[in-house]
Design a binder for this molecule. Structure first.
Ligand code: NAP
Ligand code: MG
Length: 400
C-alpha cells in the first residue's frame, strides 16, 4: 500500500520522560505505517536543551514561525531537584513559556470527548475550549502592605504629564495595595489569536470581562477586542464562516457556561483563564484527555497534550514496571498538527487520515479498551479493560 505523502513539513519537538517514550510508540504504531512522515525534528529533551544552552528551544520556535505547524511532546520545566538529577548547567526556563513568548501566542485547551467518559456537568456534550490570556494583570502585579495612617497613590508619567491618583487613605488601619498592568499590543494579539482559532475550528467565540466595575482597565479589553474584530476584517470572516463573536460580563458568561452544551471557545483574561481552565478540565474528567494548542496572532499553530511528562510512570517504566500511561492527548496533538498541515497544503488524504485516527482512538475507548486512569471514570456499556500503553495503541491500530 502506498503511504500518504506530505508536501510540507511539521516541526516536531520531542520531549522528556514517559511522554518521550509514548512519542516514539505513537509514531511507530499509529502514524508511520500509513504516512510518509515529513518532519523537521528538534530534540527539546532536557539533556539537549542543557547541551545547547536552550538554543534548541529558540530554534524550534523560529522553525514553527517558518513552517506554520508544530507538534510538541511534554517537556520537563527544571526545578531544584532536576538540577541534580540531570546535572544541569542552569535552571532553564519553561520551554512552553519560551515558545509562547516567541510566537506571541495564546494557549487553547480542549477536552477529548468519548462516550462513557462523561463530564460531571451532564449538559456538556461538546467540548468547551478555554483560551487564557498569558500576559499581565495579577501575574505581573506589584503589591505592598501599607501601615495604618499611610496613603497609597498611583503615579503615572506619560506624554500628558504627571498624574497622581489616590488609591486609598489608610487612616483607619493598615491594609494592602496591588497594581496591575496590561498592554494594548498584548491584548490585541490575544484577540487576534482567539479570532484566528475560532475561524480555524469554526466555533463561536465568547469573551467576558468585568467592564461594568473596571471601567478603564477591563473596558480596554472589551474595546480592543471589538476594534480588532471590526478593523481587521474578522466581522466579515465570521459572517462567512457562520460563527459569532459574543461579548458579555464575566458573571453572565459563567452562568451561561454552566447551562450550555459546549461547542464554543471561551476566551478569558489571565486570572479567569487560570481558574476556569482548571474547573473545565476537571469537570471533563481527566487531564490525560485534554489537548492544548498554542496559536499565534499570525496563524501559526503548535499542538501538544495539556499534561506533563508523567514522571511517576516513567520511573516505574525504567524499573521495568507496567506502563498504562494514557497516550490519547498526545495522539490528538499529532492528529491536530497533521490536520492543520493537511488544511494548509490541501492534502485530502492526510486530513482524512487524521480524522480516522481520532475516531479510531475514541472508538477504542468506547469499546471498553483503555488505560488505567480511565477505568474508574468509565460509565459506558462495555466492561472497561485496563491495558498497557502499547497494547492500547495496537488496539487502536486494528481500526486503522
Ligand atoms: P503530569 O506529568 O501531568 O502528571 C501528574 C499526574 O497526573 C501523573 O503522575 C498521573 O497520575 C496523572 N497523569 C498525567 N498525565 C497522564 C497520562 N497521560 N496518563 C495517565 N496519567 C496521567 O504533571 P507533573 O507530575 O506535575 O509534572 C511532571 C513533569 O512534567 C514536570 O517536570 C513538569 O515540569 C512537566 N510538565 C510539562 C508540561 C508541558 O510540557 N506541557 C506540562 C505540565 C508539566 P498518577 O501518578 O496518579 O497515575
Ligand atoms: Mg490554574
Amino acid at each position: 500500500m502506498k503511504k500518504i505523502q506530505m508536501q510540507n513539513p511539521i516541526v516536531e519537538l520531542d520531549g522528556d520522560e514517559m511522554t518521550r517514550v509514548l512519542w516514539a510508540w505513537i509514531k511507530d504504531i499509529l502514524i508511520k505505517p500509513h504516512v510518509e512522515l515529513n518532519t523537521i525534528y528538534y530534540d527539546l529533551g532536557l539533556p539537549e536543551r542543557d547541551k545547547t544552552n536552550d538554543q534548541i528551544t529558540f530554534d524550534a520556535a523560529e522553525a514553527i514561525k517558518k513552517h506554520k505547524v508544530g507538534v510538541k511532546c511534554a517537556t520537563i520545566t527544571p526545578n531544584q531537584d532536576r538540577m541534580g538529577e540531570y546535572n544541569l548547567k542552569q535552571m532553564w526556563k519553561s520551554p512552553n513559556g519560551t515558545l509562547r513568548s516567541a510566537l506571541d501566542g495564546t494557549v487553547f485547551r480542549a477536552p477529548i470527548i468519548a462516550k462513557g467518559i462523561e463530564p460531571f456537568i451532564p449538559t456538556w456534550t461538546a467540548p468547551i475550549t478555554v483560551a487564557r490570556h498569558g500576559y499581565g494583570d495579577l501575574y505581573s502585579g506589584v503589591e505592598a502592605k501599607v501601615s495604618a495612617g499611610g496613603t497609597a497613590k498611583m503615579v503615572i508619567e506619560d506624554e500628558n504629564g504627571v498624574r497622581e491618583i489616590k488609591i486609598h487613605d489608610f487612616a483607619k488601619g493598615a491594609g494592602v495595595v496591588q497594581s496591575a498592568h496590561n498592554t494594548d499590543s498584548s491584548i490585541k494579539s490575544f484577540a487576534k489569536s482567539c479570532f484566528e482559532y475560532a475561524l480555524a475550528t469554526k466555533q463561536e467565540l465568547w469573551f467576558a470581562t468585568k467592564d461594568t466595575i473596571s471601567k478603564t482597565y477591563h473596558h480596554r479589553f472589551k474595546d480592543l477586542f471589538f476594534e480588532v474584530f471590526e478593523n481587521e476584517g474578522y466581522d466579515k470572516k465570521f459572517a462567512t464562516a457562520g460563527i459569532e463573536y459574543f461579548y458579555t460580563l464575566i458573571d453572565d458568561a459563567v452562568a451561561r457556561v454552566m447551562r450550555s452544551n459546549g461547542g464554543y471557545i471561551w476566551a478569558c483574561t489571565n486570572y479567569d483563564g487560570d481558574v476556569m481552565s482548571d474547573m473545565v478540565a476537571s469537570a471533563f474528567g481527566s487531564l490525560a484527555m485534554m489537548t492544548s494548542v498554542l496559536v499565534s496572532p499570525n496563524g501559526e499553530f503548535e499542538f501538544e497534550a495539556a499534561h506533563g511528562t508523567v514522571t511517576r510512570h516513567y520511573y516505574n517504566w525504567q524499573k521495568g514496571g507496567e506502563t498504562s500511561t494514557n497516550p490519547v492527548a498526545t495522539i490528538f496533538a499529532w492528529t491536530g498538527a497533521m490536520a492543520k498541515r493537511a488544511e494548509l497544503d490541501k492534502n485530502e488524504a492526510l486530513l482524512a487520515f487524521s480524522k480516522k485516527l481520532e475516531k479510531a482512538t475514541v472508538t477504542t475507548i468506547e469499546n471498553g479498551f483503555m488505560t488505567g486512569d480511565l477505568v474508574s471514570l468509565f460509565k459506558g456499556a462495555a466492561t472497561p479493560q485496563k491495558m498497557e500503553t502499547q497494547a492500547f495503541l495496537r488496539k487502536i491500530a486494528e481500526l486503522m
